[in-house]
Design a protein around this ligand. Structure first.
Ligand code: TRP
Length: 339
């Protein structure tokens, strides 16, 4: 049997995961774990580049994120869940890679450029933040993965990683680092309940996997529909109507959704009826996830992280050793060999 390809994926633990993550990356990860050797990295060090003043929050969020992974069906026996800060090789690789990347190249990284603008960092930009793509290159190469699964915003990170890999291999005359390719999540971004931007914690427009039933209901009933659809009998718009976007994403009966769409377009289908229908679907889908979440203890979550991280440390230790050998700074190895 052919060995399964190693696929790496990860999240910054900045809060609980929501339905946008669920349709985007989480579902793919649940499937992928059977077809690939999947490593899921909880990027707490990367989260610290933003939240360095709130380390306790990053720790709590990391555990919550892992809880979400397990609740949606990621199996820690077949997926390796690891905590970035507990893999010393990543920090060391980052240091070696920093010599291979210019400040201006980092400033040109589209994802970073956007974030710097959004945050208005300017001259106060911390070195650690600017450097996070280099640290991510270390994440990506530390386990010898050929595939990185994620959304489009990860493409610049992978390009940057591959530049580092090529430069490293050229300068140190080695092929110990491998380039990675993106494995794009199939489903596009989910719009927020306000219909304005993608669902996100910071925009306060997302439904979280951990939301209690009444909060889910409230959010569904607050969804943006068609502001001109005033009376039930009015014809309504389906395009840009968030309830339909969510039905497309979460209802497994497309014929039913199509028939609702044509009723809505014609007139005669009220927002309340439509929202109740979506609410029922989401409640049914999220109830078992919430229940599973509730049963997961902190001790168990920590055990899962410990096991995955321990396995990952062995793999990354091997890669780090190759990297040190390639650079030629494996002092102790040489001492051992010559003594
Ligand atoms: N940058 C990713 C995010 O914003 C998180 C991440 C860190 C990651 N290291 C990674 C993703 C390595 C894939 C591979 O969510």
């Amino acid at each position: 049997m052919e060995a399964k390809k190693l696929i790496l994926t990860g999240d910054r633990p900045t809060g609980n995961l929501h339905l946008g993550h669920y349709v985007g990356v989480l579902k793919s990860r649940v499937e992928q774990q059977h077809t690939h050797n999947q490593y899921i990295l909880v990027a707490d060090v990367q989260a610290l580049t933003d939240y360095y003043e709130m380390p306790q929050l990053v720790v709590e969020n990391s555990l919550e994120v892992v809880k979400d992974y397990l609740a949606v069906g990621i199996d820690p026996q077949i997926s390796t869940i690891l905590i970035q800060s507990q893999i010393p090789a990543i920090a060391e690789l980052t240091i070696y890679y920093m010599n291979l990347v210019s400040v201006s190249r980092l400033e040109r990284n589209p994802t970073v450029k956007n974030e710097i603008l959004q945050k208005g960092l300017g001259k106060t930009l911390p070195v650690g933040f600017l450097n996070y793509p280099v640290s991510q290159a270390a994440d990506i190469t530390a386990f010898g993965g050929e595939l990185v699964s994620g959304g489009e915003d990860q493409i610049p990170m992978i390009e940057q990683t591959n530049e580092i890999v090529r430069k490293f291999n050229r300068i140190y005359n080695t092929n110990c680092l491998k380039e990675a390719s993106i494995h794009l999540s199939k489903v596009p971004r989910l719009v927020g309940i306000d219909g304005k931007a993608k669902a996100s914690k910071s925009m306060n427009n997302a439904i979280f996997l951990s939301d209690p039933p009444e909060v889910i209901r409230e959010k569904v009933f607050a969804m943006f529909t068609d502001p001109d659809h005033i009376k039930v009998s009015d014809p309504g718009k389906v395009d840009g109507n968030v309830v339909f976007t969510y039905l497309d994403a979460f209802c497994d009966d497309p014929d039913e959704v199509n028939s609702l769409k044509s009723q809505y377009l014609k007139g005669g289908l009220g927002d309340t009826t439509l929202k109740s229908y979506l609410n029922d679907i989401l409640q049914k889908m999220l109830q078992p996830i919430r229940e599973k979440r509730r049963l997961l203890t902190r001790e168990y979550i920590l055990d899962v992280c410990y096991d995955g991280t321990s396995r990952a440390r062995v793999v990354s230790g091997g890669i780090l050793n190759n990297v040190r050998n390639a650079i030629g700074i494996n002092f102790f190895d040489k001492i051992e060999k010559h003594s």
